[in-house]
Design a protein around this ligand. Structure first.
Ligand code: NAP
Length: 282
Protein backbone atom coordinates (compact mmCIF):
# COMPACT_ATOMS: atom_id res chain seq x y z
CA UNK A 1 0.00 0.00 0.00
CA UNK A 2 1.37 3.39 -1.09
CA UNK A 3 2.07 5.67 1.92
CA UNK A 4 2.70 9.36 2.47
CA UNK A 5 4.49 11.13 5.32
CA UNK A 6 2.23 13.56 7.17
CA UNK A 7 3.48 16.07 9.76
CA UNK A 8 2.31 18.94 11.94
CA UNK A 9 4.52 21.89 11.00
CA UNK A 10 5.64 24.31 13.73
CA UNK A 11 4.38 27.83 12.97
CA UNK A 12 7.43 29.38 14.66
CA UNK A 13 10.27 27.23 13.25
CA UNK A 14 8.63 25.55 10.19
CA UNK A 15 9.97 22.26 11.57
CA UNK A 16 7.94 19.19 10.58
CA UNK A 17 6.92 17.59 13.90
CA UNK A 18 5.04 14.40 14.84
CA UNK A 19 5.71 12.76 11.48
CA UNK A 20 3.61 9.70 10.65
CA UNK A 21 3.34 7.35 7.69
CA UNK A 22 -0.22 7.26 6.38
CA UNK A 23 -1.67 4.93 3.72
CA UNK A 24 -2.80 6.92 0.67
CA UNK A 25 -5.94 4.83 0.24
CA UNK A 26 -8.57 3.64 2.69
CA UNK A 27 -12.18 2.90 3.58
CA UNK A 28 -14.70 5.57 4.60
CA UNK A 29 -17.46 4.36 6.91
CA UNK A 30 -20.04 7.16 6.74
CA UNK A 31 -23.66 5.91 6.55
CA UNK A 32 -22.90 2.49 7.99
CA UNK A 33 -25.38 2.67 10.83
CA UNK A 34 -27.05 -0.76 10.79
CA UNK A 35 -25.79 -3.00 13.62
CA UNK A 36 -22.82 -5.03 12.35
CA UNK A 37 -22.65 -3.23 9.00
CA UNK A 38 -19.55 -1.17 9.75
CA UNK A 39 -17.75 -4.02 11.50
CA UNK A 40 -18.23 -6.48 8.63
CA UNK A 41 -17.25 -3.84 6.04
CA UNK A 42 -14.06 -2.94 7.92
CA UNK A 43 -13.20 -6.62 8.44
CA UNK A 44 -13.62 -7.31 4.72
CA UNK A 45 -11.56 -4.25 3.80
CA UNK A 46 -8.73 -5.23 6.17
CA UNK A 47 -8.73 -8.73 4.69
CA UNK A 48 -8.43 -7.25 1.20
CA UNK A 49 -5.40 -5.14 2.23
CA UNK A 50 -6.91 -1.82 3.32
CA UNK A 51 -4.95 -0.30 6.24
CA UNK A 52 -6.66 3.10 6.62
CA UNK A 53 -10.13 3.53 8.13
CA UNK A 54 -11.88 6.91 8.21
CA UNK A 55 -14.64 7.24 10.81
CA UNK A 56 -16.08 10.07 12.93
CA UNK A 57 -18.02 10.42 16.16
CA UNK A 58 -20.88 11.74 14.00
CA UNK A 59 -21.09 8.40 12.13
CA UNK A 60 -21.99 6.52 15.32
CA UNK A 61 -19.78 3.55 14.45
CA UNK A 62 -16.42 4.16 16.13
CA UNK A 63 -17.16 1.15 18.38
CA UNK A 64 -17.55 -1.21 15.41
CA UNK A 65 -14.35 0.11 13.82
CA UNK A 66 -12.49 -0.79 17.03
CA UNK A 67 -14.14 -4.23 17.22
CA UNK A 68 -13.18 -5.01 13.62
CA UNK A 69 -9.57 -3.97 14.23
CA UNK A 70 -9.32 -6.27 17.26
CA UNK A 71 -11.05 -9.19 15.51
CA UNK A 72 -8.88 -8.83 12.40
CA UNK A 73 -5.80 -10.03 14.29
CA UNK A 74 -3.74 -7.40 12.44
CA UNK A 75 -1.33 -5.56 14.77
CA UNK A 76 -2.81 -2.21 15.88
CA UNK A 77 0.26 -0.32 14.67
CA UNK A 78 -0.29 -1.58 11.10
CA UNK A 79 -3.71 0.08 10.87
CA UNK A 80 -4.21 3.84 10.53
CA UNK A 81 -7.36 5.09 12.27
CA UNK A 82 -8.85 8.52 11.58
CA UNK A 83 -11.72 9.97 13.57
CA UNK A 84 -13.21 13.43 13.97
CA UNK A 85 -14.41 15.98 16.52
CA UNK A 86 -18.02 16.81 15.59
CA UNK A 87 -18.73 20.39 14.57
CA UNK A 88 -21.41 20.78 17.32
CA UNK A 89 -18.83 19.54 19.86
CA UNK A 90 -16.13 21.97 18.69
CA UNK A 91 -16.79 24.63 21.32
CA UNK A 92 -13.83 24.88 23.66
CA UNK A 93 -10.40 23.59 24.66
CA UNK A 94 -11.89 21.51 27.49
CA UNK A 95 -14.68 19.94 25.44
CA UNK A 96 -12.18 19.01 22.71
CA UNK A 97 -10.16 17.01 25.27
CA UNK A 98 -13.31 15.31 26.60
CA UNK A 99 -14.58 14.38 23.11
CA UNK A 100 -11.21 12.97 22.10
CA UNK A 101 -11.25 10.74 25.19
CA UNK A 102 -14.83 9.72 24.36
CA UNK A 103 -13.79 8.72 20.81
CA UNK A 104 -10.90 6.65 22.20
CA UNK A 105 -13.34 4.90 24.54
CA UNK A 106 -15.75 4.24 21.67
CA UNK A 107 -12.92 2.86 19.56
CA UNK A 108 -11.50 0.88 22.48
CA UNK A 109 -8.03 2.07 21.48
CA UNK A 110 -5.16 3.71 23.39
CA UNK A 111 -4.50 6.19 20.60
CA UNK A 112 -5.86 7.27 17.26
CA UNK A 113 -3.57 7.98 14.32
CA UNK A 114 -5.21 11.17 13.12
CA UNK A 115 -7.78 13.37 14.84
CA UNK A 116 -9.60 15.93 12.70
CA UNK A 117 -11.91 18.85 13.45
CA UNK A 118 -14.86 17.72 11.31
CA UNK A 119 -15.62 21.26 10.10
CA UNK A 120 -14.68 24.81 11.16
CA UNK A 121 -16.29 25.52 14.55
CA UNK A 122 -19.43 27.63 14.06
CA UNK A 123 -18.30 30.07 16.76
CA UNK A 124 -15.40 31.98 15.22
CA UNK A 125 -14.19 32.92 18.69
CA UNK A 126 -13.87 29.24 19.63
CA UNK A 127 -11.62 28.28 16.72
CA UNK A 128 -8.33 29.08 18.46
CA UNK A 129 -9.23 27.34 21.74
CA UNK A 130 -10.55 24.24 19.96
CA UNK A 131 -7.30 23.95 17.99
CA UNK A 132 -5.30 24.43 21.20
CA UNK A 133 -7.32 21.51 22.62
CA UNK A 134 -6.36 19.45 19.55
CA UNK A 135 -2.70 20.38 20.16
CA UNK A 136 -3.04 19.12 23.72
CA UNK A 137 -4.55 15.81 22.47
CA UNK A 138 -1.42 15.50 20.31
CA UNK A 139 1.06 16.31 23.07
CA UNK A 140 -0.78 13.90 25.43
CA UNK A 141 -0.21 11.09 22.91
CA UNK A 142 -3.93 10.46 22.45
CA UNK A 143 -3.44 10.93 18.71
CA UNK A 144 -0.34 10.64 16.49
CA UNK A 145 -1.35 13.60 14.35
CA UNK A 146 -3.96 16.39 14.19
CA UNK A 147 -5.70 17.94 11.24
CA UNK A 148 -8.84 19.60 9.98
CA UNK A 149 -11.66 18.85 7.59
CA UNK A 150 -13.75 21.14 5.42
CA UNK A 151 -11.39 24.09 6.00
CA UNK A 152 -11.30 26.66 3.20
CA UNK A 153 -8.15 28.64 2.34
CA UNK A 154 -9.26 31.53 4.60
CA UNK A 155 -9.74 29.12 7.55
CA UNK A 156 -6.22 27.72 7.02
CA UNK A 157 -4.69 31.21 6.74
CA UNK A 158 -6.36 32.27 10.00
CA UNK A 159 -4.74 29.32 11.78
CA UNK A 160 -1.30 30.88 11.25
CA UNK A 161 -2.26 33.49 13.86
CA UNK A 162 -3.25 31.05 16.63
CA UNK A 163 -1.73 27.61 15.96
CA UNK A 164 1.49 26.32 17.50
CA UNK A 165 1.48 23.54 14.90
CA UNK A 166 -0.41 23.58 11.62
CA UNK A 167 -2.70 20.70 10.56
CA UNK A 168 -1.13 17.65 8.92
CA UNK A 169 -4.20 17.00 6.75
CA UNK A 170 -7.20 18.89 5.36
CA UNK A 171 -9.97 16.43 4.49
CA UNK A 172 -12.22 17.96 1.80
CA UNK A 173 -14.61 16.78 -0.88
CA UNK A 174 -12.61 16.12 -4.05
CA UNK A 175 -13.68 14.16 -7.11
CA UNK A 176 -13.64 14.61 -10.90
CA UNK A 177 -16.76 16.80 -10.66
CA UNK A 178 -15.31 19.03 -7.87
CA UNK A 179 -11.58 19.28 -8.52
CA UNK A 180 -10.70 22.31 -6.33
CA UNK A 181 -7.16 23.09 -7.55
CA UNK A 182 -6.96 26.33 -5.51
CA UNK A 183 -7.97 24.70 -2.21
CA UNK A 184 -5.63 21.77 -2.83
CA UNK A 185 -2.77 24.24 -3.41
CA UNK A 186 -3.69 26.23 -0.27
CA UNK A 187 -3.68 23.01 1.77
CA UNK A 188 -0.28 21.97 0.45
CA UNK A 189 0.92 25.55 0.98
CA UNK A 190 0.57 25.25 4.77
CA UNK A 191 2.38 21.88 4.75
CA UNK A 192 -0.74 19.68 4.97
CA UNK A 193 -1.82 16.76 2.78
CA UNK A 194 -5.14 16.71 0.97
CA UNK A 195 -7.51 13.89 1.91
CA UNK A 196 -10.32 13.37 -0.62
CA UNK A 197 -13.72 12.51 0.82
CA UNK A 198 -16.70 11.54 -1.36
CA UNK A 199 -14.33 10.58 -4.21
CA UNK A 200 -17.36 9.03 -5.95
CA UNK A 201 -19.51 12.13 -5.31
CA UNK A 202 -21.60 9.70 -3.20
CA UNK A 203 -22.40 7.70 -6.36
CA UNK A 204 -24.41 10.58 -7.84
CA UNK A 205 -22.48 10.79 -11.11
CA UNK A 206 -21.35 7.25 -11.85
CA UNK A 207 -23.79 6.67 -14.72
CA UNK A 208 -23.04 9.98 -16.46
CA UNK A 209 -21.82 9.59 -20.06
CA UNK A 210 -18.55 11.51 -19.42
CA UNK A 211 -17.13 9.17 -16.77
CA UNK A 212 -18.62 6.10 -18.50
CA UNK A 213 -16.74 6.92 -21.71
CA UNK A 214 -13.44 7.37 -19.84
CA UNK A 215 -14.00 4.09 -17.98
CA UNK A 216 -14.66 2.15 -21.20
CA UNK A 217 -11.46 3.55 -22.73
CA UNK A 218 -9.45 2.49 -19.64
CA UNK A 219 -11.13 -0.92 -19.26
CA UNK A 220 -12.28 -0.14 -15.71
CA UNK A 221 -15.54 0.81 -13.99
CA UNK A 222 -16.65 4.46 -13.61
CA UNK A 223 -16.07 4.19 -9.83
CA UNK A 224 -12.52 2.95 -10.41
CA UNK A 225 -11.82 5.82 -12.83
CA UNK A 226 -13.07 8.43 -10.32
CA UNK A 227 -11.10 6.95 -7.41
CA UNK A 228 -7.87 6.70 -9.41
CA UNK A 229 -8.26 10.30 -10.61
CA UNK A 230 -8.37 11.47 -6.95
CA UNK A 231 -5.40 9.29 -6.04
CA UNK A 232 -3.35 10.54 -9.02
CA UNK A 233 -4.23 14.13 -8.05
CA UNK A 234 -2.14 13.42 -4.93
CA UNK A 235 -5.01 13.03 -2.48
CA UNK A 236 -5.34 10.41 0.24
CA UNK A 237 -8.52 8.75 -1.04
CA UNK A 238 -11.27 7.08 1.04
CA UNK A 239 -14.23 5.70 -0.93
CA UNK A 240 -17.07 4.19 1.10
CA UNK A 241 -18.83 0.92 0.34
CA UNK A 242 -20.55 -1.65 2.52
CA UNK A 243 -20.41 -4.27 -0.26
CA UNK A 244 -17.54 -6.79 -0.34
CA UNK A 245 -17.31 -6.81 -4.15
CA UNK A 246 -17.18 -3.00 -4.33
CA UNK A 247 -14.66 -2.77 -1.47
CA UNK A 248 -12.40 -5.02 -3.58
CA UNK A 249 -13.24 -3.20 -6.84
CA UNK A 250 -12.36 0.15 -5.28
CA UNK A 251 -8.97 -1.09 -4.07
CA UNK A 252 -8.28 -2.52 -7.54
CA UNK A 253 -8.73 0.97 -9.01
CA UNK A 254 -5.14 1.74 -7.96
CA UNK A 255 -3.74 -0.47 -10.74
CA UNK A 256 -5.19 1.53 -13.67
CA UNK A 257 -3.08 3.98 -15.66
CA UNK A 258 -4.99 7.17 -16.48
CA UNK A 259 -2.35 8.67 -18.81
CA UNK A 260 -3.88 10.32 -21.85
CA UNK A 261 -7.25 11.01 -20.19
CA UNK A 262 -6.27 14.34 -18.53
CA UNK A 263 -8.40 16.52 -20.82
CA UNK A 264 -11.43 14.28 -20.52
CA UNK A 265 -11.22 14.41 -16.71
CA UNK A 266 -10.71 18.21 -16.81
CA UNK A 267 -13.95 18.46 -18.79
CA UNK A 268 -15.92 16.72 -15.99
CA UNK A 269 -15.43 19.67 -13.57
CA UNK A 270 -18.78 21.23 -12.66
CA UNK A 271 -18.29 22.49 -9.05
CA UNK A 272 -20.69 19.75 -7.93
CA UNK A 273 -21.00 19.47 -4.14
CA UNK A 274 -22.50 16.08 -3.25
CA UNK A 275 -23.08 16.78 0.46
CA UNK A 276 -22.27 19.81 2.58
CA UNK A 277 -19.68 22.52 1.98
CA UNK A 278 -18.45 24.20 5.17
CA UNK A 279 -15.31 25.42 3.32
CA UNK A 280 -17.34 28.46 2.30
CA UNK A 281 -18.50 29.31 5.84
CA UNK A 282 -17.14 32.54 7.35
N1 NAP B 1 -15.20 15.11 6.48
C1 NAP B 1 -16.41 15.13 5.97
O1 NAP B 1 -17.18 16.09 6.10
C2 NAP B 1 -16.87 13.96 5.16
C3 NAP B 1 -18.05 14.05 4.41
C4 NAP B 1 -18.44 12.94 3.66
C5 NAP B 1 -17.67 11.80 3.66
N2 NAP B 1 -16.54 11.71 4.44
C6 NAP B 1 -15.72 10.48 4.47
O2 NAP B 1 -15.43 10.07 3.15
C7 NAP B 1 -15.94 8.76 2.93
C8 NAP B 1 -16.39 8.58 1.49
O3 NAP B 1 -17.35 9.54 1.13
P1 NAP B 1 -18.91 9.21 0.98
O4 NAP B 1 -19.27 8.06 1.80
O5 NAP B 1 -19.62 10.50 1.20
O6 NAP B 1 -19.13 8.91 -0.55
P2 NAP B 1 -18.36 8.15 -1.73
O7 NAP B 1 -17.30 7.28 -1.24
O8 NAP B 1 -18.06 9.20 -2.75
O9 NAP B 1 -19.56 7.28 -2.34
C9 NAP B 1 -20.20 6.28 -1.60
C10 NAP B 1 -21.39 5.83 -2.42
O10 NAP B 1 -20.94 5.22 -3.63
C11 NAP B 1 -21.38 3.84 -3.67
N3 NAP B 1 -20.26 3.04 -4.21
C12 NAP B 1 -19.10 2.72 -3.57
N4 NAP B 1 -18.31 1.99 -4.38
C13 NAP B 1 -18.98 1.84 -5.55
C14 NAP B 1 -18.66 1.18 -6.75
N5 NAP B 1 -17.52 0.53 -6.93
N6 NAP B 1 -19.58 1.24 -7.75
C15 NAP B 1 -20.76 1.90 -7.60
N7 NAP B 1 -21.10 2.56 -6.47
C16 NAP B 1 -20.21 2.53 -5.44
C17 NAP B 1 -21.71 3.49 -2.24
O11 NAP B 1 -22.74 2.53 -2.19
P3 NAP B 1 -22.57 1.13 -1.39
O12 NAP B 1 -22.10 1.42 -0.01
O13 NAP B 1 -23.97 0.60 -1.46
O14 NAP B 1 -21.60 0.32 -2.18
C18 NAP B 1 -22.21 4.82 -1.68
O15 NAP B 1 -23.57 5.02 -2.05
C19 NAP B 1 -17.07 8.66 3.95
O16 NAP B 1 -17.48 7.33 4.17
C20 NAP B 1 -16.44 9.32 5.13
O17 NAP B 1 -15.52 8.45 5.76
C21 NAP B 1 -16.13 12.78 5.17
Amino acid sequence: MDRVTIANTSTSTSERLHQAEMPRFGLGVYLMGEPGECKSSVLHALKQGYRLIDTAMAYGNEDEVGQAIRESGIPREDIFVVTKLRQPHANSHEETLQRCQQSLENLGLDYMDLYLIHAPPKDLNARASVWQGMEECLSNGWTRSIGVSNYGAHHLDAMLSYATVMPSVNQIEINPWLQRPALRAATEGIGAKVMAYSPLARGHKLTDPGISKIAVSLGCTPAQAAIKWCFDAGAITIPKSNKPNRISENLDSLKFDLSGTEEEFAALEESYVSGWDPTSEP
